[in-house]
Design a protein around this ligand. Structure first.
Ligand code: MG
Ligand code: MG
Length: 248
């Protein structure tokens, strides 16, 4: 079932989303060579708690971290640990926060120090693919319009579109209906309506779209080892478009 949120609920979702945004901004200065992903996790968790929220992902299906930290060829769901990030890496940080029972969810991929032109290209165009998807959000359009826009943009830029993992509704659970794939056909799928809250999250690869699950049963990697990027915003469908809940 797709839930349409009341104005009161949207206010709480905005607050949750804003905490996620602030957590990203809080982490940014720490994204330097030598810091471990576990340290980033601890910094993020302390910040989320200081805002009166709780990390949505901690304990989700048994996930051990408060955030997901996915480096280079890792697509999503990287577990924070003793791995140190280094110059030239890209790191995707996925943050969820729950505030007064409502969630926000946003992922962003960052360069560490100076990255290769190829990685910079991947980051730039994955972020732009997110905005191509967002342009389709307004009442009366369909979920397939979003996915088609992302897929078309990614394909035009020779990037692989991960298909097994998708965006989703967001509300009193961090993952709700509907699925929001990063591929699709125009005019197909559930109709967007005012008050729907969804996370749009392209995961694009420099190489092929194929992925595999690592031995830790969480981390998803590209099968060919090529770098992957992930940009995600939680948004609410408004009367004539959308509002980003996990932005400034
Ligand atoms: Mg996320
Ligand atoms: Mg998500």
């Amino acid at each position: 079932m797709i839930t349409l949120r009341s104005q009161r609920e949207i206010e709480l979702l905005k607050q949750a989303g804003h905490i996620v945004y602030l957590t990203h901004q809080h982490l940014r200065p720490y994204l330097k060579e030598g810091i471990t992903t576990k340290e980033l996790d601890q910094i993020a968790e302390a910040f989320i708690l200081s805002q009166g929220a709780t990390p949505s992902f901690k304990g989700y299906d048994g996930f051990p971290g408060s955030i997901c930290t996915s480096i280079n060829q890792e697509v999503v769901h990287g577990i924070p640990g003793n791995h140190k990030i280094k110059d030239g890496d890209i790191i995707s940080i996925d943050i969820g926060a729950c505030y007064k029972g409502y969630h926000g969810d946003s992922a962003w991929s960052y360069p560490v120090g100076k990255v290769s032109d190829e990685k910079a290209y991947l980051l730039k165009h994955t972020e732009l693919a997110l905005y191509e998807g967002l342009k389709q959000v307004k009442p009366g359009n369909r979920i397939g319009d979003i996915g088609c826009a992302i897929e078309t943009y990614a394909t035009a830029h020779h990037l692989g579109v991960v298909r097994e993992l998708v965006g989703h509704g967001v509300g009193t659970n961090v993952h709700e209906e509907p699925d929001v794939p990063n591929y699709g056909s125009p005019h197909h799928g559930p109709v967007l309506k005012e008050g729907m809250v969804i996370a749009i999250e392209p995961m694009l690869n420099l190489g092929s779209q194929d992925i595999c699950l690592c031995d830790d049963d969480w981390t998803v990697e590209t099968l060919d080892g090529s770098p992957s990027a992930h940009f995600e915003h939680t948004i609410v469908v408004t009367k004539d478009g959308y509002q980003i809940l996990t932005g400034e």
